[in-house]
Design a binder for this molecule. Structure first.
Ligand code: SF4
Ligand code: SF4
Ligand code: FES
Length: 258
């Protein structure tokens, strides 16, 4: 019988409980995953209890307050604070989302914060996205042409352009790390974010490498490990639809056989 073992030091243990500040009125609790792989220690779940009135409205505000006031070693990524850079993606109350656009009002009770699932952890809430970015690079996310550009103007996108929505991807990785097929095949399945990027370039009317792009994707793992489970579309914080993009790529592959 197959035996599955978790890697050493992978089971989270109970961590430190930080009490609320003196004189706090309503208290909001946060249970946060802490892990420093180099320490040789197991991950732990720390509890932070904050004065609800003293924190800003978003989950990222609470994380910044914890880091500033309670425990400066808490590690997470963030930059823009307005859903543009994609760096604050994490798993909040069981769903992959951006901490900066997740309102505390929309979360009831204790707030549970973990790193994006099924990717190695660099520290605490920071996932290692090396493979994710390599897969993005693998779809050659830039304009490829074989013909010379018009001498008197830039290459124009057609007026029927459909790239507007897929080009809005912020590479937060909420979708790929929420995809069960990606969990089990992340070395070979490109995942929804990279496939959405591939689709964005295939349908770009200026690009002249659509055939080569489709050839590259026509692979049982790279593309066809998507089983239309739809988690990717459900979690995308930018309301994009990677599952539809993947279905469209599969349709294009079928149609060009005919
Ligand atoms: S639709 Fe495909 S890519 Fe999206 S979550 Fe499901 S299996 Fe993954
Ligand atoms: S498709 Fe959505 S969830 Fe996926 S990386 Fe882009 S913005 Fe994030
Ligand atoms: S901090 Fe940039 S998306 Fe959240």
């Amino acid at each position: 019988m197959a035996e599955f073992r978790l890697p050493a030091n992978s089971r989270p243990v109970k961590g430190i409980t930080h009490p609320p500040p003196a004189g706090a009125g309503a208290v909001r609790s946060f249970r946060i995953y802490r892990f420093a792989p180099d320490s040789g220690q197991n991950p732990r779940i720390d509890t932070f209890r904050l004065d609800a009135k003293s924190i800003g409205p978003m989950v990222l505000d609470a994380l910044i307050q914890i880091k500033s006031v309670v425990d400066s070693s808490l590690t997470f990524r963030r930059s823009c604070r307005e859903g543009i850079c994609g760096s604050c993606a994490m798993n909040i109350n069981g769903i992959n989302r951006l901490a900066c656009t997740t309102s505390m009002q929309d979360l009831s009770g204790e707030v549970r914060i973990y790193p994006l699932p099924h990717v190695p952890v660099v520290k605490d809430l920071v996932p290692d996205l090396t493979n994710f970015y390599a897969q993005y690079a693998a779809v050659k996310p830039w304009l490829q042409t074989h013909t010379a550009a018009p001498p008197d103007r830039e290459r124009l996108q057609s007026k029927q352009e459909k790239i507007d929505r897929p080009a809005g991807c912020i590479l937060c990785a909420c979708c790929s790390t929420g995809c069960p097929s990606y969990w089990w095949n992340s070395e070979r399945f490109l995942g929804p974010a990279a496939l959405l990027a591939a689709y964005r370039w295939i349908i770009d009317s200026r690009d002249e490498a659509s055939g080569e792009r489709l050839d590259e994707l026509n692979d049982p793992f790279r593309l066809y490990r998507c089983h239309t489970i739809m988690n990717c579309t459900d979690v995308c914080p930018k309301d994009l639809n990677p599952a539809l993009a993947i279905a469209e790529i599969k349709k294009m592959l079928v149609e060009r056989q005919g």
